[in-house]
Design a binder for this molecule. Structure first.
Ligand SMILES: C[S@@+](CC[C@H](N)C(=O)[O-])C[C@H]1O[C@@H](n2cnc3c(N)ncnc32)[C@H](O)[C@@H]1O
Length: 220
């Protein structure tokens, strides 16, 4: 998971698809454990999931795009509420896990380092990127956020849940708490920085723990 200490544009995609393939089997259990301990990196993960679902206001046939869908735990709750899910991920094994819980979803093998698939011609009620965007450099993150925003329906929203803070100072404090296990390779979002990237967008930050939160970008 590259931190913000050195927010360079150098390649930051540290764990590759094969790394995630290996993790896929134990991923959900690892998340549970970290969340139960209320520790980095997955502190408040389930609260974040519940809030994301609430923010989507699920309804039959709402269209959802889940970027970095992983094992599909978030999207399957939305599919259970009759939303239609499209999911992207570059790990075959993560996609295989997602398929088990999302039998009818449109799942696409795709590396989002280069943005979204060019043939993605749909507009979505909500686009998620949950605990996945930190694998990108600043430039890649900004580009991906822009592209995800372009795929929103009017009044749709982009929701980013992850290890994140509102300010650089808070990120530095979180790092200090968990310096023994902090992953220096990951590049976590800081809401203030995202606001600077998109000064004309409505960007809200909700804090869920000392190291995690949600950024909501509302399409005007
Ligand atoms: C930490 S998991 C998060 C999974 C899920 N969104 C969740 O909330 O639990 C990160 C996911 O992003 C995927 N991922 C990471 N980098 C990616 C990339 N460049 N392109 C596509 N998927 C990527 C991984 O395969 C993995 O499934």
């Amino acid at each position: 998971m590259n931190n913000s200490k050195d927010t360079t544009d150098s390649e930051s995609k540290i764990m590759d698809a094969q790394g995630f393939d290996k993790w896929s089997e134990n991923y959900d259990a690892d998340v549970q454990e970290s969340d139960a301990d209320q520790r980095y990196p997955f502190a408040a993960y389930h609260q974040i999931m519940s809030r994301l679902i609430e923010l989507v206001q699920p309804a039959p046939n709402k269209l959802i795009l889940d970027v970095g869908i992983g094992t599909g735990q978030l999207s399957c709750m939305l599919a259970d509420l009759c939303c239609q899910v499209t999911g992207l991920d570059f790990s075959d094994s993560m996609l295989a896990e997602a398929r088990k819980v999302l039998p009818t979803a449109h799942l696409i093998r795709w590396d989002f380092t280069i943005g979204l698939p060019p043939d993605l011609d749909q507009y979505y009620d909500a686009v998620f990127c949950n605990y996945a965007i930190h694998h990108l450099s600043d430039t890649e993150q900004r580009e991906l956020i822009e592209q995800m925003g372009r795929h929103l329906k009017p009044e749709g929203c982009l929701l980013l849940g992850d290890v994140m803070t509102e300010t650089a100072e808070e990120m530095a404090s979180a790092m200090k708490v968990d310096e023994d296990m902090w992953d220096e390779e990951e590049n976590y979002l800081i809401a203030d920085k995202v606001r600077q990237w998109f000064p004309n967008q409505r960007i809200e930050f909700e804090r869920f723990s000392y190291c995690s939160g949600i950024i909501k970008v509302q399409r005007d």
